[in-house]
Ligand binder design. Structure first.
Ligand code: HEC
Ligand code: HEC
Ligand code: HEC
Ligand code: HEC
Ligand code: HEC
Ligand code: HEC
Length: 424
């Protein structure tokens, strides 16, 4: 194989890699799922908060793509401009407000979404399900991972080189024979590759760098999939994107809402509890706009509650439960009880969960390993003084250890290291 043809093969290969990662970056299906699926189905007639988008290109004013583009970016503007079709669908949908995406989606993203709605239906239909954790689970909608693609292409490349090489050798041998010359001695595939690499050092260098980089990225992603959620050095842990941009800083920090207002079982049961959408509606029936996210995020609460902010009415049939993604996760074989730690043990939320009052996105702030639990049990004294839970025990212990004031009753001394206390 000549140097030139190998070079062009490598070039073609690199183009393929960049081309495929380009597609992935603006995946219309993913964007639709993240931004539109709360209110729309993409390829059916099923009505969510907004109409099902099947056949939408036939009913909107022409040219349809341009109209839909304008509409997605700022539907309010289109309605206010007096556009008769816009006003018709607005009235037909009980004047329900569609989100304004200007500033959140750029032209390229909008075009990718339009291409997706126009294209064939996805294998798994995207339904108007309400804000849901599926968003995170389907990151790779409609694309082979570039890493696998690269590996595949490499294998094909190797086979191709091998095949071309053997064709060339046999052609040369036939030619040699007909000219009465000796047959070409077998140089060996790897010797030839080595020779080629020697004469094309720079290309080989760039090529290997790209491969190493892609390999590292693959491992990195894989590691996160496996579930290494905490970095000891930086004290940073799992921090998933949530279906609604809920901020503890705004609620528990700036507006000083008590943790227990939302996590209202934390003192009564083993679970702290995550508030239902009805709790959000206590305030967000009236607060329909936020300082940083405008109407977008709060509209998702309304959609999940089946609430129409314009009529002020609820429609139960349109409500969907919110599916928050859990940040703190213990394995099933471990028993942990909140009320025991918060009420009896008098531990602060922040000791285990960090300062949520300053977090915009909730993040795991402790490793949740067995060592973490046990270290604290070894160091923390049982809060007995003035604790009704321990009144009798406390009196008895005082009696027993009269005069030995340096005795410390840490949690391990009351059984906090017994396997069965933490394991089923
Ligand atoms: C909060 C709910 C909501 C979200 C989110 C939303 N829409 Fe809408 N959409 C509506 C409603 C409601 C209508 C009907 C018109 C109205 O009442 O304003 C509508 C109308 C439309 C129409 C016209 C439909 C027709 O039958 O003519 C298109 C197209 C559309 N939306 C696309 C999108 C796309 C694409 C996204 C995501 C980028 C999106 N919408 C996000 C609520 C929403
Ligand atoms: C001693 C450490 C500790 C303290 C103190 C603590 N938590 Fe937790 N919290 C945990 C652990 C461990 C989990 C994971 C539980 C599981 O997965 O079963 C958790 C889970 C949670 C969850 C997820 C939902 C649930 O019930 O599993 C919420 C919400 C929560 N904590 C809120 C709070 C609040 C609010 C406070 C203070 C009033 C608090 N926690 C105090 C350790 C603690
Ligand atoms: C006790 C009242 C109260 C409750 C309950 C409440 N919120 Fe809020 N929320 C507020 C206030 C106040 C704001 C700030 C509004 C502003 O930016 O002016 C806000 C703002 C927001 C914003 C917009 C933030 C921004 O800056 O754009 C979102 C999103 C939000 N809340 C989600 C939720 C969710 C989800 C729930 C339920 C889990 C909830 N809220 C429960 C009072 C509440
Ligand atoms: C207005 C309601 C609200 C208030 C007030 C609130 N939270 Fe939350 N909290 C939520 C919601 C909703 C989630 C789920 C979404 C998320 O993880 O951000 C959550 C999640 C959490 C989690 C992660 C649970 C998990 O494992 O998924 C912890 C820990 C937590 N809250 C602790 C606190 C603490 C501590 C306070 C008080 C300083 C507090 N919260 C105040 C609504 C609230
Ligand atoms: C910040 C310190 C701290 C951490 C971290 C902590 N605990 Fe505790 N734990 C306590 C305290 C204090 C008590 C004593 C409560 C009491 O007085 O009964 C306790 C008590 C317990 C008990 C009851 C022990 C008994 O003998 O009654 C269990 C079970 C338990 N913890 C489980 C866990 C598990 C599981 C974890 C880790 C996921 C954990 N704890 C992490 C402070 C902690
Ligand atoms: C204070 C609570 C606590 C006590 C006491 C405790 N464990 Fe654990 N154990 C945990 C937690 C939390 C985990 C989960 C760690 C993780 O997911 O990394 C765990 C995990 C384990 C595992 C699984 C291995 C792993 O790292 O996930 C084994 C096995 C185990 N414990 C055995 C024991 C035995 C045996 C004892 C008694 C000598 C004991 N544990 C006492 C909290 C405790």
């Amino acid at each position: 194989m000549s140097h030139l043809s190998l070079k062009s093969l490598v070039a073609a290969f690199l183009m393929l890699v960049f081309f495929t990662s380009g597609i992935r970056a603006q995946d219309g299906a993913k964007l639709f799922k993240q931004n539109c699926a709360v209110c729309h189905t993409s390829h059916t007639d099923a009505h969510g908060t907004g109409p099902g988008l099947k056949g939408v290109f036939d009913r909107v004013p022409k040219p349809a793509d341009a109209w839909i583009h304008k509409w997605i970016l700022n539907n309010e503007k289109v309605i206010k401009s007096g556009d008769p079709y816009a006003n018709k669908i607005y009235n037909d949908n009980a004047k329900a407000a569609m989100t304004v995406f200007e500033g959140q989606l750029d032209d390229k993203a909008v075009d990718a979404i339009i291409a997706f709605i126009k294209g064939p239906p996805p294998a798994a239909p995207i339904l108007a399900k309400g804000p849901s954790s599926d968003v995170a689970a389907t990151e790779n909608v409609g694309g082979i991972d570039p890493l696998y693609l690269t590996l595949g292409i490499l294998v094909i490349l190797a086979i191709l080189i091998g095949a071309l090489r053997s064709v060339r050798t046999s052609l040369q041998n036939t030619a040699n024979r007909s000219e009465g010359k000796e047959e070409n001695p077998e140089i060996g595939f790897w010797n030839e590759v080595k020779g080629w690499m020697g004469t094309n050092r720079r290309l080989v260098g760039v090529f290997s760098l790209i491969l190493v980089f892609m390999g590292m990225k693959g491992c990195w992603d894989a590691c996160f999939d496996i579930g290494v959620y905490y970095t000891w050095e930086t004290k940073n842990g799992y921090k998933p994107e949530q279906p609604i941009k809920f901020s503890h800083k705004i609620h528990a920090g700036d507006n000083e809402i008590a943790c227990q207002y939302c996590h209202n079982t934390v003192e009564k049961s083993r679970h702290a509890g995550i508030p239902s959408v009805n709790v959000c509606m206590n305030c967000h029936k009236a607060i329909t706009e936020g300082a940083t996210t405008g109407k977008t995020e709060i509209a998702k609460i309304h959609s999940a509650a089946g609430f129409n902010p314009l009529t002020g009415k609820y429609d139960e049939s349109k409500s969907n439960p919110l599916k928050w993604i859990k940040v703190y996760n213990l394995p099933d074989h471990v028993y942990f009880n909140h009320s025991q730690h918060v009420v009896v043990g008098k531990q602060e939320c922040a000791t285990c969960h960090g300062d949520l009052k300053s977090m915009t996105l909730a993040e795991q702030k402790n490793p949740l390993t067995m060592k973490w639990c046990i270290d604290c049990h070894r160091q923390t004294e049982v809060a007995m003084e003035g604790n009704p839970y321990y009144e009798r025990l406390h009196k008895a212990l005082k009696e027993k250890y009269k005069g030995q004031y340096d005795v410390k009753f840490t949690v391990d001394k009351i059984g906090g290291l017994e396997c069965a206390k933490c394991h089923y």
